[in-house]
Each structure stands twice: as structure tokens, then as C-alpha cells.
Design a protein around this ligand. Structure first.
Ligand SMILES: C[S@@+](CC[C@H](N)C(=O)[O-])C[C@H]1O[C@@H](n2cnc3c(N)ncnc32)[C@H](O)[C@@H]1O
Length: 403
């Protein structure tokens, strides 16, 4: 591979914003990709993947390059040189790469790879919590997989097409996909591609959604004609799936504390041909109280640490803080206590997170079931999905029934 100066500069600029200005990697990369209209898909792929790689391996590369935060541009070039050297890419004779100690880099890599927190490039506190909650062996395997690039998975919009038809449509555009056993609406891309540019996407024939995430709406057992409340709907990945399972019949109430997220859902719903979503911002206790004992199904796709989806958001490793984790656990239990009241007698509740930590998952469900509000519910089943076991994102989901 030959390194191109303008692409490498884009990567360094992106890293400056992500590491020093606390910006989110996906947003920064989105902006970077707009920089030069002449860039082809390979150039864009290089910028996106290299930036993500260096974000993912920040601790390891900084240690090898012997640089410390806050990083200046020279520090980032040194980390870039580590990335290139470890990938076996020949460094050009640019001033940034003068005196790069290639052999020393490889030696340091071998040495640091013996220690998990460096090898997997994770903060000490996350490593400690992973061991404490999952045990040494599971955590070691899980964090290794969480550092790999995730597959691109689509969820077919069955309101508009079938999995077979969508597969053929995409094949005609040189995008090859395969079915995944056990995931009825999923198609996996055999090779990465920018599916957002396709006509099929613009027509709402599919959404990009990880396979584990697709299990959540399935667990809710919705039926056409029901009244379903999606309490933490965000931009509506799961709301749209629920709509498609309900065949556009019945009522879905999508709620979130952020109106901006629900606005994104509105755009997506239009594209998906979904007509039965009613959006409500939770700006007081009223919108919840109004729905007490009214819903056939309630989904709580709770805010969480995101430790199950590090493959997609590698910068979360650096942005997460222990205090946030404590705070979010409190919010999760509070949401369970208050939002469960919307389930009517005989109705069902699914609680889900994209975390792999029991303290955000089964422990929350156990605490809820032991509490006063939880006495109305029976535990039906749960599913703990680890990326190293399933090959897809780490997730948790529990199904409770109200008696
Ligand atoms: C895991 S995300 C939801 C993802 C979304 N369900 C999807 O499938 O695309 C959690 C959501 O909970 C929202 N949230 C945070 N605190 C909340 C609260 N107290 N009540 C309702 N929603 C909340 C966040 O804004 C965020 O959109």
C-alpha cells in the first residue's frame, strides 16, 4: 500500500479532534469524508478505517511511540508511524517519518502484547471491571473480539420487500450478502460497502442494524394491532423493526428525552413507509403517567455503557468514565421502576442494553423483580449475548410478563 499525503493529513486532523476536542469519532469521520469530492471509495475507506484503527489502539500505540496526552500533531504522526509499521506499510520519506525506529517499534509491540491492558488497548479501570464482572477468561476473549472490526449487517424492511428480493437487488449493484441462521430479517455483507449510497437504501428497503440488536424486537412478541411503547427510542432502530413486525398495524408510541433523536426517527419512518408511530418527548413525568396500565408491550432499550458495541464505537473506551457507569446504573433502575408501570395486566416488557456487564443487565432485572414495582412481574427469559460467542455485538435482553 502507498500512503497518500492528503489522506494521511485528513487522518491526523481527525485524530486531533477526537483526542483533543472530545468529539465523537463517527461524527468527525463523517465530516472528514466530505473534505474532497475527488476521493473514491478506497480513499474514503482508508481515511475512515485508519482513523478508527488509531482510535481503537490509542493506548498501545501511544505506549510504543512513547508519547503522552494531550497529543500534539508530532505525537500523532509518531502514532501513525507505529500503525503503518505494524501493518507492514513502507513509510515514505516525509519529514514526519524521519528516524522512525522500525525495529524498536516491533520489539515494543511484542513486549507489550504480553499484558492485556496494553495488548487490547484499554484503560485500567475498564480492564478491572471486565475481570470483576465476567471473570478473567471470558473477559480476555470478549475484549479481544470487541477490538475487531464489525461486519455490516442489514435488517430487511419486510413492509417493502423480502430478504430474497433485497439480496437480488443488492447483488445487481455488486453488493453480495448472505443469510444468517437464527436471524430471520438479517443480511450480512460479504465485503464492506457503502450501502447508504444505494437506491435500495433510499427507498427504505433496509436499515443497517447489527444482528444482536435485531433480537430485541423479536423478543417483544408484538402482533399487528397492539399498543406498543418504545420508551428509549432514540433514532428508532428498534422502533422501525417493531413497526415492520406489526405490519404497520396498531400503535407504536416512541419516546425519548431528546426531541432531536425522535426527529431523526421521523425521517427514517418516512423512508421505511411506517405510518403508525406516535412520537412523544419525555419532558416531565406526565407522558409516562398518562400511559400507566395501557400498553400491551413496553420496550426499555436502556441507556448504557455501550461496552458491548466497542467494535462500532472504539472511542467509547476513552470517553467512558467510572462515575458515568455508576450514574447510568442508577438511571437504568429508575427507568425500570417508572416505565414498567405502562405495561397493562397480561402485557410484556423487554429490558435491553448493548452492554456486557451483569451490573447493567441481569443484576438490574433481579433488583427490579425484588422491588415493590417488580412484584407485578414474572421473569420469562433472558439472553446474554457476548461478541466472542455470537460473532455479533454484545447485548442483553430480558422478557418479563405482568400478571
Ligand atoms: C440505547 S439508546 C436507544 C437506541 C434505540 N432504541 C435504537 O434502537 O436505535 C438509549 C436511548 O435512551 C435515551 N434516554 C436516556 N435517558 C432516558 C430516559 N430517562 N428516558 C427515556 N429515554 C432516555 C437516550 O437518549 C437514547 O436515545
Amino acid at each position: 500500500m502507498r500512503l497518500h499525503r492528503n489522506l494521511c493529513f485528513a487522518v491526523i486532523d481527525g485524530l486531533m479532534s477526537i483526542f483533543n476536542d472530545e468529539e465523537y469519532a463517527d461524527k468527525v469521520i463523517q465530516q472528514l469524508l466530505k473534505r474532497d469530492k475527488r476521493w473514491g471509495s478506497r480513499d474514503r475507506g482508508f481515511v475512515a478505517e485508519t482513523t478508527y484503527d488509531i482510535v481503537r489502539w490509542k493506548r498501545l500505540y501511544a505506549e510504543i511511540a512513547e508519547v503522552k496526552e494531550p497529543f500534539n500533531r508530532d505525537n500523532l504522526w509518531r502514532m501513525f508511524a507505529v500503525w503503518a509499521t505494524l501493518k507492514g506499510i513502507k513509510l515514505p520519506d516525509w519529514k514526519y517519518f524521519e528516524n522512525t525506529p522500525t525495529r524498536k517499534i516491533k520489539g515494543r509491540f511484542d513486549e507489550l502484547s504480553k499484558i492485556r491492558k496494553f495488548r487490547e488497548s484499554i484503560p485500567d479501570w475498564i480492564d478491572a471491571i471486565g475481570v470483576e464482572e465476567l471473570g478473567e477468561s471470558k473477559w480476555t476473549k470478549e475484549i479481544a473480539v470487541q477490538n475487531k472490526q464489525a461486519d455490516v449487517i442489514l435488517r430487511v424492511n419486510t413492509l417493502k420487500t423480502s430478504k430474497e428480493k433485497l439480496q437480488n437487488t443488492l447483488f445487481d449493484q455488486d453488493i453480495e450478502t448472505e443469510f444468517i441462521k437464527g436471524y430471520p430479517s438479517a443480511l450480512k455483507l460479504t465485503e464492506r460497502a457503502n450501502v447508504f449510497m444505494t437506491e435500495a437504501f433510499k427507498k427504505g428497503l433496509f436499515e443497517v442494524q447489527d444482528a444482536s440488536s435485531q433480537l430485541v424486537a423479536e423478543m417483544l412478541h408484538v402482533e399487528p394491532g397492539m399498543k406498543v411503547v418504545d420508551t428509549c427510542a432514540g433514532a428508532g432502530g428498534k422502533t422501525l423493526h417493531i413497526a415492520s413486525l406489526m405490519e404497520n398495524k396498531g400503535q407504536i408510541i416512541a419516546m425519548d428525552i431528546y426531541e432531536s433523536k425522535l426527529k431523526k426517527l421521523k425521517v427514517r419512518a418516512r423512508r421505511n413507509g411506517v405510518h403508525n408511530i406516535d412520537m412523544r418527548v419525555i419532558d416531565s413525568t406526565k407522558p409516562i403517567k398518562k400511559l400507566h396500565n395501557k400498553a400491551d408491550r413496553v420496550l426499555i432499550d436502556a441507556p448504557c455503557s455501550g461496552l458491548g458495541v466497542l467494535r462500532r464505537n472504539p472511542d467509547a473506551k476513552w470517553k467512558l468514565e467510572p462515575q458515568f457507569l455508576d450514574q447510568i446504573r442508577g438511571i437504568q433502575q429508575d427507568i425500570l421502576q417508572r416505565y414498567s408501570k405502562m405495561v397493562k395486566s397480561g402485557g410484556k416488557l423487554v429490558y435491553a442494553t448493548c452492554s456486557i456487564l451483569p451490573s447493567e443487565n441481569e443484576n438490574q432485572i433481579n433488583a427490579f423483580l425484588e422491588s415493590e414495582a417488580g412484584k407485578d412481574f414474572t421473569f420469562a427469559k433472558d439472553k446474554k449475548v457476548l461478541a466472542h460467542e455470537s460473532g455479533y455485538d454484545g447485548f442483553y435482553m430480558a422478557l418479563l410478563e405482568r400478571h
